[in-house]
Design a protein around this ligand. Structure first.
Ligand code: HEM
Length: 425
């Protein structure tokens, strides 16, 4: 079979829209060759993405991370392959499956209340940063099991920020002579020590957290386990902050939508565990699904062909990269009518939940998101606290543009919001 059509243009920053537009002329699989390493074959549309994951399952595609990510994250779950990867996924599920997550939700709700009441005390809130502060505290509390005033909880965010800046360096940077990278490596040493100490403390704590659930499962996350904790922090913090921000933006721009969600919001505030129960808060869940479709946090996930693989009727040669972009597929009009419009009603009706489950925002296959339930519940709880007792407005009252798509979809500017307490009926 022949290779897919190859484009040699440099893609614009808005990769999802670019890929969705090219899909119309080129079909489900086409490659970009920017002459910076191996070409990347993009799989766009449900059928091609399904085929891509089938090839991954058969062993023809393997995870692909930059050398920088390998150096910083060492043997974290998303760098592993095959049986070793499966074993770690099983291990992590002890802390991330629904019944485990349900135990963390009362304390996540407390964090949400504390943050939102602080937002309401300020004249104006920088919404994106405020969402990042919320998700960082959720990580400290519900993943690491730390109290807000614990000295470790005060130190981790600063170290983590330095670590992340290093992880985001472009693949072309030189690991040897780069100050940012050196600072990230230093931060990583101290972070690993602190995470190790958290696991020792969590063993004696009654506070439910991912770490304490992993310990209770019989295998303390020492050594390599600390690499997995770093993976959870990086996977959880920015993605969830992005989703929270875009969801609050949509609610702030549509008063009717915010009012219609008030009953669901009150239900979740009364019983936070409903945030992880299938079918709980159905209206809020539809809005969450539409937000995950239109404002998908992750733009791209990449694999490497370890043998020649067949996708979409083409042969992708060994060594090429193979990628899917969830937001590109979410923009196809043959799958979603009027795809650029924010329209949660598309997930109403008997088929709605199935269509929402078919979204690609949390990935698919062996490396699909291990923390989807956690992410959805912590997003829903924060938004519920806002919509149950407050009114949120944007200044100016317009949807912000996207400033960057990688590593997650981030809005331009600070996104100024006013949050005021109200009595909703
Ligand atoms: C809105 C929030 C989130 C989104 C949109 C999201 C999305 C994703 C996606 C698309 C992948 C798969 C990437 C690929 O195909 O290579 C992924 C992987 C992963 N996610 Fe999430 N995620 C979110 C939050 C979380 C949270 C809260 C956690 C944990 C507490 C988490 C843990 C993970 C882990 C461990 C992986 C790697 C899985 C593996 O390689 O086996 N994620 N996530």
């Amino acid at each position: 079979m022949r290779p897919p059509p190859i484009l040699s243009e440099s893609p614009p920053p808005d990769l999802p829209r670019f890929l969705a537009a090219r899909h119309h002329g080129l079909g489900d699989v086409f490659a970009l060759d920017t002459r910076a390493g191996a070409p990347t074959a993009y799989c766009v549309g449900s059928a091609a993405v399904r085929e891509m994951f089938a090839r991954e399952r058969e062993g023809g595609l393997a995870v692909h991370n930059t050398a920088t990510v390998h150096t910083l994250f060492r043997r974290a779950v998303f760098t592993l392959r095959g049986r070793e990867h499966e074993t770690v996924r099983t291990y992590l599920s002890a802390g991330l499956r629904h019944d485990a997550v349900a135990a963390y939700l009362p304390s996540v709700a407390e964090v949400a209340h504390r943050h939102v009441s602080r937002w309401a005390e300020a004249a104006v809130v920088a919404l994106y940063q405020a969402a990042r502060d919320y998700t960082m505290e959720v990580c400290l509390t519900a993943i690491l099991g730390l109290a807000a005033d614990d000295p470790t909880a005060l130190r981790v965010p600063e170290l983590f920020d330095r670590f992340v800046v290093g992880a985001e360096l472009p693949p072309t940077h030189s690991e040897g002579g780069d100050e940012v990278f050196a600072a990230a490596l230093d931060a990583a040493v101290e972070l690993r020590e602190l995470l190790q100490a958290c696991t020792v403390r969590a063993a004696d704590s009654a506070r439910p957290s991912v770490v304490s659930a992993l310990i209770a499962s019989g295998r303390a996350p020492g050594g390599e386990g600390v690499d997995h904790l770093l993976a959870l922090l990086i996977a959880a913090r920015e993605t969830t902050a992005s989703l929270v921000t875009w969801l609050l933006i949509e609610c702030a721009l549509d008063d009717q939508l915010a009012d219609a969600l008030a009953t669901d919001a009150r239900d979740l505030v009364t019983d936070p565990v409903q945030a992880i129960v299938r079918g709980g808060a159905p209206g809020l869940r539809r809005v969450l699904a539409e937000c995950a479709r239109l404002h998908t946090p992750n733009t791209i996930a990449t694999r490497q062909a370890v043998t020649d693989v067949q996708v979409g009727g083409y042969t992708i040669p060994a060594g090429w990269h193979v990628a899917y972009s969830a937001p590109a597929t979410h923009l196809l009009p043959e799958l979603f009518t009027d795809p650029e419009a924010f329209h949660p009603q598309r997930f109403c009706g008997p088929d709605g939940a199935r269509r929402a489950a078919g979204l690609l925002a949390f990935g698919r296959g062996a490396h699909a998101c291990a923390g989807r339930g956690f992410a959805e519940a912590t997003t829903l709880l924060l938004v519920a606290v806002v919509l149950a007792g407050y009114r949120i407005d944007l200044d100016p009252r317009q949807r912000p543009k996207v400033e960057r798509f990688q590593p997650v979809r981030a809005p331009a500017g600070s996104v100024h919001a006013r949050v005021r307490q109200v009595v909703r009926r």
